[in-house]
Design a protein around this ligand. Structure first.
Ligand SMILES: Nc1ncnc2c1ncn2[C@@H]1O[C@H](COP(=O)(O)OP(=O)(O)O)[C@@H](O)[C@H]1O
Ligand SMILES: Cc1cn([C@H]2C[C@H](O)[C@@H](COP(=O)(O)OP(=O)(O)O)O2)c(=O)[nH]c1=O
Length: 713
């Protein structure tokens, strides 16, 4: 199944970026994010460099302090700062904050040069002050975006802003590695640089803030403040409160719990690498360059995983994929702690990032479905989904903070050891390596738990995991017959069945519109009579003049219509990845010609299996209604079949129900005497579980990762 018209098509991004003032803001935000990531790398490096002569524990603690200073304030204090920022002028808050932050970052290397003894303390103080200033800047920035772009493009604008915030991480890391690789030259050119790459990174960061200040100063930001708090309900504001209230929205099912455990495990694994990375590469004989590479490998891997996840093993259950990639990531982390080679470590960390990225992509989609399934109405669904995303985003940030701070502290406490192996050999066991391996082991256990929870009650579980995996690995041809004889296609095939006047055409129409609205390609069709031949067959079959048609001939004519319809219309659409919704299909033959005309059901099955190339619906919705009621709804003269006896129609109804009862996983039986809207909602709820989850635009404000998913296909 795939979405043929993704809501976040690149052209939408282009349209938003065509708004000059937003484009300028966006470019300056991207620059600032790049600078910010660069400064994180530089500060962590400097923390290690400044404590090189002290006890090893001091270095680890210094790194932990840098991480805490960079990440904790926004999580803990943003609601307070948000309230304060509301009272300030947005433009000048942003300009002021940018200038002050720029000066603070530039001051770090300057103080290091002038008063080396005070360097580390000032590093902490300056970066803490910069984060405090950022607390005011963030809400001002969040509320500026809505005044620059029209409301309907707001979601896309927020998506782009978040993309800039996260996707600049690997770029900054590579830039840092590049600076490190030419640090000798830089040092020779400018002898006053004590630590060339870190110092330059900080100067560059300062520069990006000055540029941002100039850009913002010239933006047309209206003084009036259109709902500052409404503009960013969850982004930073209520991290803690959404973490506290969120579990209600995801914890109700095993699937929800498993997804949360898995997603947070992936975050903790990545955070551990960031936390001990700088010290670990030192032990590997690499320096800042190695750290840059490691950092880029984590974030680059995550980005790669998120983008390619949906295309990965398309035939394989998403729930199983989620567990599998988590296990893969954990094992990669476990080995990262054991190998003592920079290149191998970078590759393993890339695998870790990739696994986490795929897990995040698939996990967030599944989470949307899981959260929505606990809701009763469509509007409740989006609230549930939003809260679930806000919870996971908040919990992920907290987890990242805790893991990235704890990892270096634990590495310091574990200490470095040399283990003798035999007489001559010895094995170096570094504190950082011990932590990585230990976190890898814990992650492995948690991944297994997540895997079990997520797959516990999977209605679509295939055969065993390994057979399914091997089949998916081999399954290059999406139409390949996978052993059970059914045709498999990338699209989804939904059939609506029921007696006369049950409301089939009405519901097919509703479902078609609803799915199209969400960006799916949908083909709404019917039997008999969708093709040229079908229309002629329909004429013959329904014409009351043709009272002489024998039951077997009737069955064959309906089968001929199906053969033509499947070959010419349904299969091509499914192969394109479309959702096909058909008003009637094979079950109608089993019910009308089988039970109604009293032909042998098994014979009919066989003939129709052949006629339809064994194409079986993914879901059949049975609209169950008493024949009198259904026939009573119809206007106009009755056709050849409608004019059959009530007894005939009773048999038809019974057969439909027998078919549905025999395979509840593939059927949804709905009481068709209920009001139309209620039936529509029931159908939507069930159909949604068949399809990839459409991400509500509102939830993008709270997950930095979702925007990448929306770029699928
Ligand atoms: N749930 C419902 N309650 C009452 N009337 C309905 C309902 N659904 C559809 N109808 C009406 O019943 C008639 C038959 O509906 P239709 O969708 O054409 O049925 P079918 O395709 O199953 O023959 C139409 O006039 C339609 O407006
Ligand atoms: C598809 C199919 C339809 N039929 C009958 C049921 C309907 O009476 C008729 C199709 O008419 P149609 O007008 O499409 O049904 P509805 O009025 O419910 O929308 O053909 C069969 O007997 N066997 C079949 O395989």
């Amino acid at each position: 199944m795939s979405r043929s018209a993704p809501l976040g098509a690149p052209s939408e991004a282009r349209n938003v970026l065509a708004i000059t003032s937003f484009r300028r803001l966006w470019i300056s935000l991207s620059l600032s994010s790049l600078g910010d990531w660069l400064s994180l790398l530089a500060l962590m490096s400097l923390a290690v460099i400044f404590t090189a002569d002290a006890a090893p524990l001091a270095g680890h603690l210094a790194v932990a302090a840098v991480v805490a200073i960079k990440l904790a304030p926004s999580i803990l204090f943003s609601p307070l700062a948000g309230a304060l920022a509301e009272k300030l002028d947005r433009r000048w808050t942003m300009v002021g904050a940018d200038v002050v932050r720029g000066l603070l970052y530039v001051s770090i290397p300057v103080v290091g040069l002038l008063w080396p003894a005070f360097a580390l303390q000032w590093l902490f103080i300056a970066s803490l002050l910069a984060e405090v200033v950022a607390l005011l800047w963030t809400p001002a920035k969040d509320s500026t975006v809505p005044s620059l772009v029209p409301r309907r493009q707001l979601a896309e604008a927020n998506r782009l802003t978040l993309l800039a915030a996260y996707m600049t991480a690997p770029v900054a890391a590579l830039l840092f590695a590049a600076l490190a690789s030419i640090s000798n030259i830089l040092g020779a050119l400018v002898p006053s640089l004590a630590n060339p790459e870190a110092d330059i990174a900080l100067y560059l960061n300062g520069l990006t803030f000055f540029v941002a200040a100039i850009v913002v100063a010239t933006l047309p930001i209206p003084k009036h403040n259109p709902g500052l708090s409404a503009a960013s309900p969850n982004r930073d504001g209520a991290v803690l409160s959404s973490v506290l209230t969120g579990p209600r929205h995801v914890g109700a099912t095993a699937l929800g719990r498993g997804l949360v455990v898995g997603l947070l495990t992936a975050v903790a694994a990545g955070a551990a690498v960031i936390g001990v990375g700088r010290a670990h590469v030192e032990a590997l004989g690499a320096g800042n360059g190695g750290f840059g590479v490691l950092f880029a490998a984590v974030f680059g891997g995550v980005a790669l995983g998120m983008v390619s996840g949906p295309r990965l093993l398309k035939k394989f259950s998403r729930r199983r994929l989620f567990g599998l990639v988590l296990v893969l990531a954990s094992i990669a982390l476990l080995f990262t702690g054991l190998v003592w080679d920079m290149v191998l470590s970078a590759v393993l960390v890339l695998v870790l990032g990739f696994g986490s990225g795929v897990a995040a992509g698939t996990g967030l989609r599944l989470l949307g479905t899981a959260a929505a399934s606990t809701a009763g109405t469509t509007s409740e669904e989006s609230v549930h989904r939003e809260r679930a995303f806000a919870f996971v985003h908040g919990a992920a940030r907290l987890t990242f903070l805790v893991a990235a701070v704890l990892a270096p502290v634990l590495a310091g406490l574990a200490g470095d050891h040399t283990v003798p192996i035999g007489a001559q050999l010895e094995y170096d066991l570094w504190g950082t390596g011990i932590v990585l391996t230990a976190v890898g082991l814990v992650a492995l256990v948690l991944s297994a738990v997540a895997h079990r929870l997520v797959n516990r009650d999977d209605p679509e579980a295939g055969p065993g995991l390994l057979p399914e995996l091997f089949a998916a690995l081999r399954g290059i041809d999406p139409n390949a017959d996978d052993g059970d004889g059914e045709v498999r296609t990338p699209g989804a095939f939904v059939v609506v069945e029921g007696g006369e006047g049950a409301g089939k055409s009405t519901q097919v129409r509703e479902l078609t519109v609803w799915l199209r609205d969400q960006g799916f390609e949908v083909v709404g069709t019917r039997q008999p009579g969708a093709t040229k031949l079908g229309m002629r067959l329909r004429g013959i079959l329904l014409d009351r003049e043709n009272s002489h048609i024998t039951p077997r001939a009737e069955a064959m004519l309906y089968a001929a219509d199906k053969a033509d319809h499947v070959e010419q219309e349904i299969l091509p659409a499914l192969r394109r990845g479309a959702v096909v919704i058909s008003d009637r299909y094979v079950d109608s033959t089993l019910a009308y010609q089988g039970a109604g005309r009293e032909l042998e059901i098994d014979d009919l099955r066989e003939v129709n299996r052949w006629a339809t190339q064994n194409l079986v619906p993914d879901l059949t919705v049975l609209l169950d209604v008493r024949p009198q009621d259904g026939l009573g709804r119809l206007g106009g003269p009755a056709d050849r079949i409608e004019s059959e006896s009530v007894d005939f129609h009773e048999r038809v109804r019974r057969e439909f129900r027998t078919l549905a009862d025999a395979d509840p996983d593939r059927y949804l039986v709905v009481d068709a005497s209920e009001p139309r809207e209620k039936i529509t909602r029931q159908i939507q709820k069930r159909v949604r579980s068949l399809l990839p989850d459409p991400v509500p635009s509102s939830s993008e404000a709270v997950t930095g990762m979702i925007p990448i998913i929306r770029d699928e296909d």
